[in-house]
Design a protein around this ligand. Structure first.
Ligand SMILES: *Cc1c(COP(=O)(O)O)cnc(C)c1O
Length: 340
């Protein structure tokens, strides 16, 4: 049966690298949204807790509920419910109108739009937000923003950082005015964490780098990250393809000579990207023979088990996408095994 291995030592190595960069493990919140970027939410949360990570970031309250025994604080980026909240949750506020929908005494993260222009309140709405938060008796746990181009070679990051600095100054002023304790500030994602030489927020929200990847311009250097996940498939059948025979849907691969081929139990139904037989796509140095089917693919030889995915970035490059996309699609039903 196809399965995924999750390397504990690789994950801990990445967490150590990021903690060191940030100046302490308490400054690292691990982003576990979307099934921990396809790795497996339960397995990765347990590993985070084992390492001593105290803060997690998820997309929904549903995800947060399954993690509440592991973390001191769980930031919910897109809360889909306002009842049955746990004290460890902090719900992200993306619009002013959302504030009126939240029950009193809920912990919240106020998201401020400093340039991404997708969600978050505008910097000029901060005063109004503080007024509403106070009236509604919400607890301002954090103030956050998100960078749009930290992985690209451009000055965008510094433009956003300047706006963020001004936002923080406004928040200091408003906290004094409303007699509130200062919230925790957080802005950096993986790319900003790796790229910035100084970072004076209270913590960073790292996803991709924790799983061992980055998508940064090579000019920023080589970071010593180790991919955590590997995907293995098992052989279903072995057969001989005669010279001139074509294999798979559409028969896109023609055997140049008689050859031994095996079919393995991974396909695009498992969330692996679909190769359409165009160009040469290799897995572990071996050419994939013909199209990838929903539940299977074929390779030359008769190996019992093959590693289908060792480096998501290499696969992403072939398909014209990014490592995030390759990882996050992996079907949650594939068995996950944590290895040392
Ligand atoms: C996904 C996400 C992150 C993590 O980004 P990485 O590039 O994976 O480190 C951080 N903050 C927010 C708001 C996100 O949505």
């Amino acid at each position: 049966m196809a399965h995924i291995t999750l390397s504990k030592s690789a994950f801990f190595h990445n967490l150590a690298l990021l903690s060191k960069k940030l100046g302490g493990i308490e400054k690292l919140a691990v982003v576990l949204k979307d099934n921990a970027y396809g790795h497996g939410l339960a397995e990765m949360s347990r590993l985070c807790a084992d390492y001593g990570i105290q803060k997690a970031v998820v997309r929904t309250c549903k995800e947060a509920h399954s993690l509440k025994s592991f973390f001191q604080k769980i930031i919910v980026l897109a809360p889909e419910q306002t009842e049955n909240l746990h004290p460890t949750f902090s719900l992200t506020i993306n619009t002013l109108s959302q504030i009126a929908t939240l029950p009193p005494n809920t912990d919240v993260e106020l998201k401020v739009d400093t340039g991404m222009h997708r969600n978050g309140i505008k910097p000029q709405e901060l005063h109004e937000a503080f007024k509403l938060l106070t009236t509604r008796k919400l607890r301002l746990h954090g103030v956050m923003t998100h960078f749009r181009s930290a992985d690209e070679l451009s000055s965008d990051l510094f433009w956003q950082l300047q706006i963020w600095k001004e936002v923080k100054q406004t928040v200091y002023r408003l906290c004094k005015q409303y007699k509130l304790t200062l919230p925790l500030f957080h802005s950096a994602n993986s790319a900003a964490t790796l790229r910035l030489h100084t970072y004076d927020d209270d913590f960073a929200r790292c996803g991709l780098a924790a799983y061992g990847y980055h998508e940064m311009d090579p000019v920023f250097g080589n970071f010593d990250l180790k991919p955590v996940l590997k995907l293995y498939a098992d052989r279903i059948t072995t057969t001989t393809l005669e010279k001139g025979a074509r294999i798979g849907y559409g028969g896109t691969f023609t055997a140049p000579d008689s050859m031994q081929v095996s079919t393995y139990d991974i396909g695009y139904g498992d969330g692996f990207l679909r190769y359409d037989g165009q160009g040469i796509f290799k897995i572990g140095g071996k050419q994939v023979l013909g199209r990838i089917s929903m539940d299977s693919l074929s390779l030359e030889g008769d190996a019992q088990s093959v590693c289908i995915l060792e480096n998501a970035k290499e696969i992403a490059r072939f398909f014209g996408t990014i490592s995030y996309d390759v990882l996050v699609k992996l079907n949650p039903n594939i068995k996950r095994v944590v290895i040392p």
